[in-house]
Design a protein around this ligand. Sequence first.
Ligand code: NAD
Length: 516
Amino acid sequence: MSKKIKDFGIEKTLKNLGIKEENKGTSVGGKYFASGKTIESFSPVDGNLIAKIKTSGESDYDKVIETAEKAFKEFRLIPAPKRGEIVRQLGQKLRQYKDDLGKLVSYEMGKSLQEGLGEVQEMIDICDFAVGVSRQLHGYTMHSERPGHRMYEQYHPLGIVGIITAFNFPVAVWSWNTALAWICGNVTIWKPSEKTPLCAIACQNIMNEVIKENNLPEGISSVLVADHEIGQKLVDDKRVSLVSFTGSTRVGRMVSTNVAQRFGKSILELGGNNAIIISKDADIDMSIIGAVFGAVGTAGQRCTSTRRLIIHESVYDEVKNRLVKAYGQLKIGNPLDETNHVGPLIDTDAVNMYQEAIKKGKKEGAKFIVEGEVLKGKGYESGCYVKPCIAEVKNSYEIVQHETFAPILYLIKYKTLDEAIAIQNDVPQGLSSSIMTQNLREAELFLSHAGSDCGIANVNIGTSGAEIGGAFGGEKETGGGRESGSDVWKYYMRRQTNTINYTAQLPLAQGIKFDL
Ligand code: NAD
């Protein structure tokens, strides 16, 4: 391990989380094995090698599925509130490991330490939420049209839930899915992003403690650290009842089609292209903070990052000038240093995409009022640090219609609120949206049927930073899936309608006569 890693205190963190110099990428319960190729995880923070991982091969995949199938037969019989108790214990463990796991998220993915800790807090919150829901897996009871009959609905577990996740929320998305899937009686198999494999191994190590302490069937939670080919196997496998996929629209489109072909279920959480409307009646101070955090937080690598600001013409110049000033004060550097506002992009491929987008934007006519740049020199040795930038554009530009996973903010001017809402909706994606206004009429119009077409619509809050209590997800090319709070648990169960006849007659529905 290099000296630099020691400097950040990462060495101790890795040790506490059970990460070794060489790790095996397949885990079922406490058992680790791997027959695939070896990959390396480099930190975008300093470019150092963190650890190596032998990935899961095809033969590991079959073992994992078979063990999961076996575990499901046992796990589904445990009463839901007792499964909730297991999720409660997972939440307790996460509290215990919060500092270490948050730090690893920050170091392996590159988001700020505060955001890394926040991600672990989200894991704890979803566990608490799921514990409550484990006593609320209720269906409706309805009156039958036939005398002496009772009718009701109930929910049953699905079986194996495959979870495929993106690099930008390397631990939280897994827990959103696992906590709910478990209380519903399912078992889970996780294929994390190959860009953040150590976060996944750390989570599984924590999980293994819970499995061991409760003497649970080992196949209730497995991880397959591997590339997209193993992800594709999960997508195509009939034994996987539900595939919960979080990632790009490009891959999500294929996942959606392939899972539907085999009549499996899917939850799709795909790309966003989120906008804030800043009205003539906005609190400008608040709007600037919301916009800047939304655009540069996680270096613009949140699905809910603010990509577009749609600004009323009467406040346009003021907002623009204040944004330029605020961007001038941003500190870009090591995300473990809490005085920095912006950390690195995930890797140099992402840096290339940022540069390409700027080039493309300029070609289309984008006017950059804060120029982008790849940072070089001391502290930027990983080559992954870029300067957040701002451009004045038309919403119709191809680059504006596309989600670039980097801190590029587009400014668009509007005259009427109807026009602003039309601009906000005129992109293929439909994840998060918001309006900054102190005008009740504007706020309500934005939230009405004639308003935002997104899965998330906020008033006087930015586009990023959702709470776990609400259902999370978006429309159109964002995929239509929902995860986390509200009644999302229903996605993880199959619905069954039951009719019971407690008479000695056999009347048919709709009054149909059938006498023998
Ligand atoms: P990605 O689509 O490149 O990869 C996501 C996952 O899919 C990875 O685990 C990858 O290995 C896997 N994968 C790739 N090809 C596959 C295949 N053929 N079959 C099965 N699995 C395959 O996405 P990324 O770059 O890791 O993440 C960024 C994207 O994720 C952005 O578009 C972002 O908006 C989106 N995202 C959406 C949400 C949401 O809730 N809507 C949340 C986080 C990220």
